[in-house]
Design a protein around this ligand. Structure first.
Ligand code: BMA
Length: 927
């Protein structure tokens, strides 16, 4: 055996013959990437995409620089071929030889030894081809493998132009940069989105192999493990006293000998065996073999999301006994149940004050919890350069930011195994979606069959991960696309709704529920949930749509309003059971812009900055690209000027930086206001049980809704999210029309907490104001509930004061226990209220001072002269880190010790500490 062949068999004993089974990783081939049309031929790699190899070869600059999104269009209009020679040692004569591709993006034509193998048209499928005959008749000892990729943009347009092709009423199909993405099973945001570029990359984006099999060898190409409580049905809270069923099913290539058995071994991570034996009910049909076993309830510990218990994991090894290569698969698994409860509100719930309608919340291991998190988009326009380290950095930000759930949004790509692996370890719940969004899709036979293969592969690949918490069919399909049909083409609603159900119910559900008892599904995020379930049918779901009763509350909310005059008007926020997205865009920091812009472009409205703002995208409904982009810039500017004193620094770079920052303050302020509102809803009739903001992270450096910039740097929002997602919070709710101010303490602990809230009014210079509201209130707040601790009318209570010169500090201290624990713990939180907008408040110089503590990893910040609003510790380009707090307020004389919570990277050898600045809102506006 030559050294580049990876042996994957394990010889069970010396008496067994050593098999010639081998799996050859095609990343070892010396690839060439070429396009004769453009006279390009450069070294290629696999996995990769054309842009990445061209960048590596110096043919193009880093696509993210400047206006690369537009200037590199020639790459996406070209045809790219990866060619390379297979070593003769990677395949065998007489046996079966398979080409296995875990992902081809997207329209490829494959040839081997000059013979056509196949054409592909789905980025999300695994493809496998028996090339034994081609290889045995090939007269070269190093046959050439060629994979040619066509332009997805051109092919999408060709498909759309086919006679009789389906069309949809305007404006249902959302165009960002390139149209017709809905005909193509490729990452939809590759065609442009309102937070990203449109590189429409092409290439073998996932690993690929040659599997060479002798008789009775098998190659397991995909594995399903489904762990659920006996009797469990999807979407139904299971009986937690039942034992666990472990169902295993393997997709294999090769021929299984008759009477093959499956053996299993369940071990903990230290290799202690928990259970072992043969799987029962073994069934085998062409290419699939499976069986089940029962694991007693007490034999294993539960897996919990972060903050709710341990992330206990186990190894499940399954051996196919009887094959000559002793095929064996090991998956790391966890034991948990997770259900999206959409059942009608019960009488018992009504008696608790919950509004009628239906539930919409998650239950982990039978426990209701409050979901806190954000939406995940593709972390890069080029997946092959997304490393586990990058995901780890983002997941650090998720858990350090007090989040427990990410909605992995529907128009990127199915997440790689390493991302689910990391989520299993971090305890981050991944709400996962099939890759359809902001469009309706064709339903011809070929399209549905293509989707069916994709769903079958992805569901089986991902299901064993305990972090998987939910599947949804796509993004905004019911609340937006079908609503638009109802609005613009009401007479065609029945047709398009029927087509929608054909794809998202009739096609997807039987495959999903046929493979998984453990995961809930809804055809759309956002939706009003299901109306009824009938498990006598392979597709049990009937959607509720608008089958609603007045006064009742159903389903999820999705909310955006770019009219910033309404940003803090609480009565404009949606009242629902769960908020799966909401937001407003902001600029990235100057430091992020420095990564991709020439210094001459470091201006708020430089054309490069503006053209990287895709909120109203270049291909979208408006006619002029620059006007589109400017509209989104204008929304940010107006919001800043409306609500805060606007930066006006004489140094143009400092002014640019201050403006970028000011847009982040507005964004953070708005999200905080909404998150407080949603969380308070946990104890109001809506029984609101989750808020996931739009969006966690950036795909590139641009004005977007992200909380974490492309480099990993935290925007103001990420710090404010960390603060407001703490277990116990105190927050003001103000009605500007009536002057009513209410303050609530909200807790997502699983048992009641007791404590006191204190209230102190100041003027901006820090002088206490003798306002007649309560100064301290004792309270008990129930489990996942809220309680009002102050109610006043500021028009009355501040009648003798200058409203523009009054701020209220609210503090809470409560004793309770963290979820799933009896330990007693003190929870504290503080918040500030100002009745007049900060744009008209009488801010003073707060006299901020800071110094590094002797340990060098924390600094003390103090406001010596007045109240400091939105205190911000900034650090220079070159380091990426997170403080344990930032963007906070300080009372006069108040000091805070701020720790460097995480330092991810530092190219300054520590010099960044010398260039830290500390400024408040007041300082930001000083020249
Ligand atoms: C929703 C999302 C995304 C979009 C975001 C911001 O529509 O589902 O499609 O990027 O809002 O506009």
């Amino acid at each position: 055996m030559k050294n580049f062949i990876a042996p994957v068999f394990v010889a069970l004993s010396l008496l067994q013959p050593i098999s010639s089974y081998s799996v050859y990783d095609l990343s070892n081939v010396q690839w060439t990437l070429s396009d004769p049309g453009n006279n390009v031929s450069v070294p290629g790699s696999l996995p990769s995409q054309a842009h990445l190899d061209l960048f590596k070869a110096g043919v193009i600059p880093d696509p993210y620089l400047g206006l690369g999104d537009f200037t590199l269009r020639w790459v996406l209009y070209s045809n790219w071929t990866w060619s390379g020679k297979l070593p003769s040692s990677c395949y065998s004569d007489g046996g079966q030889n398979w080409l296995v591709f875990n992902g081809l993006d997207t329209f490829s034509s494959i040839s081997l030894c000059g013979k056509h193998v196949a054409a592909t048209n789905n980025q999300f499928r695994q493809y496998y081809f028996d090339v034994s005959d081609i290889l045995s008749s090939c007269n070269s000892s190093s046959p050439e493998l060629k994979i040619n990729f066509g332009s997805a943009v051109k092919i999408a347009n060709e498909i759309a132009a086919q006679p009789g092709q389906e069309t949809w009423p305007y404006p249902v199909e959302q165009v960002f940069e390139f149209p017709n993405r809905w005909f193509v099973r490729k990452e939809q945001s590759d065609f442009g989105w309102d937070w990203g570029p449109a590189f429409v990359p092409a290439g073998p984006w996932q690993p690929a192999y040659v599997a060479s099999l002798k008789s009775n060898d098998v190659y397991v190409r995909n594995t399903l493990v489904d762990i659920y409580r006996k009797g469990q049905l999807p979407l139904v809270p299971p009986d937690q006293s039942q034992p666990w069923v472990v169902n295993v099913s393997l997709d294999y290539l090769g021929d299984l000998p008759n009477g093959t058995k499956l053996k299993y071994k369940l071990t903990d991570l230290s290799n202690k065996t928990i259970a072992s034996g043969s799987l029962s009910n073994v069934t085998s049909s062409k290419g699939v073999i499976g069986g089940t076993t029962i694991v007693e309830d007490g034999a294993v510990d539960l897996w919990w999301p972060v903050g709710m218990g341990d992330q206990t994991l186990y190894y499940l090894q399954v051996d196919i006994v009887g094959t000559s290569n002793s095929a064996s698969v090991t998956k790391r698994v966890g034991f948990r149940t997770i259900v999206s409860n959409q059942f009608p509100i019960t009488d018992e719930q009504l008696a608790e004050g919950i509004a009628p309608g239906a539930n919409w919340h998650f239950e982990i291991n039978g426990m209701t919890f409050y979901a806190k998190g954000s939406n995940w988009i593709p972390p890069d326009a080029f997946w092959p350069r997304v490393t586990p380290a990058r995901i780890q950095q983002l997941f650090d930000s998720v858990v350090l930011g007090n989040q427990n759930m990410l909605r992995v949004w529907a128009s990127g790509a199915y997440s790689p195994d390493f991302m689910y692996d990391l989520a299993d370890e971090y305890g981050i719940l991944l709400w996962s979606e099939f890759e359809f969004g902001d469009a309706l899709y064709p339903v011809d036979e070929a399209f549905l069959a293509n989707v069916a293969d994709e769903v079958y592969y992805q569901v089986r690949r991902i299901n064993h991960h305990p972090s998987l918490c939910y599947w949804a069919g796509g993004n905004e399909l019911e609340n937006l696309e079908l609503s638009e049909i109802a609005q613009y083409a009401p007479d065609q609603l029945a047709r398009y709704q029927g087509e929608y159900e054909k794809l998202f119910l009739d096609t997807i559900v039987p495959i999903l529920f046929g493979n998984s008892h453990s995961i809930s599904y809804s055809p759309s995020s956002t939706s009003n949930g299901w109306l009824s379930l009938d498990f006598n049918k392979s597709q049990p779901i009937t959607e509720r749509y608008n089958n609603k009763t007045n006064g009742s509350i159903y389903g999820e909310t999705d909310f955006y309003n770019y009219d910033s005059s309404q940003s803090f008007n609480l009565s404009a926020y949606p009242v629902g059971r769960f908020s799966n997205e909401f937001g407003f865009h902001s600029m990235p920091s100057l430091q992020s812009w420095q990564d991709v812009l020439e210094p001459s472009d470091w201006h708020f409205n430089s054309s490069t900055v503006v053209l990287r703002n895709h909120h109203y995208p270049p291909g979208g409904p408006f006619t002029d690209n620059f006007a589109n982009a400017s509209k989104g810039m204008g929304e940010m500017t107006i919001a800043v000027e409306r609500w805060y004193p606007a930066p006006d620094k004489t140094d143009s770079v400092a002014n640019f930086s201050a403006w970028c920052h000011a847009t982040q303050i507005f964004q953070a302020d708005l999200y905080k206001s909404e998150i407080q509102f949603y969380r308070r809803g946990s104890g109001l009739p809506e029984r609101q049980l989750g808020s996931l903001w739009w969006q966690l992270e950036d795909i590139w450096q641009a004005p977007t809704w992200a909380a974490v910039e492309y480099s990993g740097r935290w925007k103001v929002l990420q710090y404010i999210g960390k603060d407001i997602y703490q277990h116990v919070i105190i927050a003001p709710y103000y009605n500007v029309t009536t002057g009513d101010l209410e303050v609530y303490v909200t807790s997502d602990l699983w048992t009641p907490a007791k404590g006191s809230a204190t209230f102190t009014w100041y003027d901006w210079s820090g002088k206490k104001l003798n306002v007649s509201t309560a100064s301290s209130v004792d309270f008990t707040v129930g489990a996942i509930n809220t309680t009002r601790v102050l109610h006043t009318n500021v028009n009355e209570s501040l009648a003798n004061f200058d409203m523009a010169n009054a701020v209220l500090k609210m503090s809470v201290s409560a004793t309770g226990s963290p979820p799933n624990s009896n330990a007693s713990q003190t929870f504290t939180h503080e918040n500030w209220f100002h009745a007049s907008p900060l744009s008209s408040a009488k801010l003073v110089d707060p006299g901020l001072k800071y110094s590094w503590d002797s340990n060098g990893s924390s600094l003390t910040v103090e406001a010596t002269k007045g109240v400091a609003a939105w205190t911000w510790i900034d650090y220079p380009h070159g380091a990426i880190l997170a403080f344990d707090q930032n963007g906070f307020w300080l009372g006069k004389g108040e000091k805070k010790t701020v720790n460097v919570m995480k330092l991810w990277s530092d190219t300054t050898s520590g010099a960044w500490t010398k260039n830290v600045t500390v400024e408040s809102l007041w300082d930001q506006t000083q020249s």
